[in-house]
Structures are given as C-alpha cells and as structure tokens.
Write a protein that binds this ligand. Structure first.
Ligand SMILES: N=c1c2ncn([C@@H]3O[C@H](COP(=O)(O)OP(=O)(O)OP(=O)(O)O)[C@@H](O)[C@H]3O)c2ncn1[C@@H]1O[C@H](COP(=O)(O)O)[C@@H](O)[C@H]1O
Length: 216
C-alpha cells in the first residue's frame, strides 16, 4: 500500500478495530520505508490516526501537552506515510514513512535512539545499508588494514576489475547450481558494487528508491 493511494491507505486501517488503551492511546513505531531504520516511537489516538489517514503525514498525540501534533510542523521535516500496519492483537501500529530531511526525533535530534556509546545516529535496519555505512566510513576515515581502502585507493581500474571478476563468479556458481556458492558470490558482487557506489558518491537510498518505484 502506498501513500499515493489514499483510499487503500484509509481502508487498510479500520479505526474501530484498533485496540486503544484505557487512555485512548495506541503506540506507533515509525520506520524508514527504504532501509527499515526505526526512526521513532510515539503515541496516537483515534483522532490522530484519522488525521494521518486523511493527510498521509504522521500525526501523534502528545501526552505532555495533551494535544495532537503533526510531525515536522515547525522543522519542516515531515514524514510522508507509505504504509500502516497493525499487529496481530491490534494494539500496536507500524508506520513506514518517507522521512523528508534528517531529523526524525521529537526532541530535534537525528534519532530517538541512543547507541550504547551514546551516539544518536540510528543503525539502518538492513544489512546492505549497514555494510555500506562501514564502507563510506572507511572512505572518510581510511584504515591501513582495510581491503575496502585498498580498493578505493586503486580507483575505478581496481574496483571495476573486481566487479567483472565477481560477476563472472556468480555466473559460474549458477552454472554449477550450487545455492551456497551462489549466495557467497552474490555477496561478493554486492560488496564490490557498494564500493563502486561509495567511490562515485551514490546514496544507497537512491538505489532503494529506484527499486521501490519499480515495485508492482
Ligand atoms: N562485505 C565485505 C566483503 N565481501 C567480500 N570482501 C572481500 O572481497 C574479496 C573477494 O575477492 P576474492 O574472492 O576475489 O578474494 P581475493 O582473491 O582475496 O581478492 P583479491 O586478491 O583479488 O583482492 C575478499 O578479500 C573478501 O574478504 C569483503 N570485504 C569487506 N566487507 C565489508 O566491508 C566493510 C569494511 O571492511 P574492511 O575493508 O575489511 O575494513 C566491513 O563491514 C566488511 O564486513
């Protein structure tokens, strides 16, 4: 279900089926629709859910201010709703969004979630994005033992040669019809493609956007 289809978005969530608690609230977990990063958790009531369905933007209920609040009203960092799901006993919502701008947190930080080391940058939920994050970090902060840095130092000549080799290895593994070997060679091909993307400053989310745009 996508936000460009408001009828389906509204009909997918029967407002009366949701089990609100004794305060009339239901928790909503908000996730980036491209890489699955968990952006924030906030509370909704029936009215905010209704508003979210109507506007296709996130609306929550503030327990401290006792009022409805639309995400990004002051910062402009709105969240365009892509899908809404509820769990099996209908007492939790999972909302996937296109985050416009960096800031997701209601306190103005980059994320609601702190890592153990105190950083507030959320780790993307999917493995490919995590590996790409490390590769980009190696590019910014080279490490002498890093294979990635050896590739990046060799530029296109070295990186593209490896992509050609890894693609040929995928072909051979498929010819051998060996699922485990195919998985290993595809992992190598994906990794080297990510290095090429980092070398050419491609945002991994742009790849995900293209895949999403092609979804049927
Ligand atoms: N995901 C990978 C990854 N996949 C494959 N490879 C490397 O890619 C190479 C695969 O090429 P080959 O199979 O041809 O092996 P090879 O013959 O040893 O390679 P060459 O001699 O041709 O360089 C191996 O050296 C693998 O270790 C990877 N190297 C690093 N990563 C990730 O990249 C990030 C940065 O790692 P470093 O660069 O090691 O700091 C980390 O998150 C890693 O997990």
């Amino acid at each position: 279900m996508t936000a460009s289809d408001p009828t389906r978005l509204a009909s997918a969530i029967p407002l009366d089926k949701i089990r609100y608690d004794d305060r009339g609230l239901v928790p909503a977990i908000v996730q980036d629709y491209l890489d699955g990063t968990v952006l924030m958790m906030a509370w909704m009531n029936r009215e905010s859910l209704q508003k979210m369905l109507e506007t296709q933007r996130t609306w929550f209920w503030s327990r401290s201010r006792q009022e409805l609040w639309p995400k990004g009203a002051t910062s402009g960092h709105v969240q365009n709703v892509q899908s809404i799901r509820y769990d099996c006993d209908s007492d939790t919502l999972l909302v996937t969004v296109e985050q416009v701008g960096d800031i997701a947190c209601h306190k103005g930080e980059r994320s609601c979630f702190h890592q153990i080391d105190g950083q507030v940058i959320p780790p993307p939920a999917d493995t490919l994005s995590q590996v790409y994050g490390v590769i980009c970090d190696r590019k910014s902060n080279p490490s002498p033992d890093s294979y990635t840095n050896k590739l990046l130092a060799g530029g296109d000549n070295k990186i593209l040669k490896k992509i050609g080799e890894e693609a040929a290895e995928v072909v051979m593994a498929c010819k051998d019809d060996d699922p485990d070997q195919i998985a290993g060679e595809v992992a190598d091909l994906l990794y080297h493609s990510l290095v090429a993307m980092a070398h050419h400053n491609v945002d991994i989310k742009d790849v995900y956007r293209k895949l999403q745009a092609r979804r049927r």
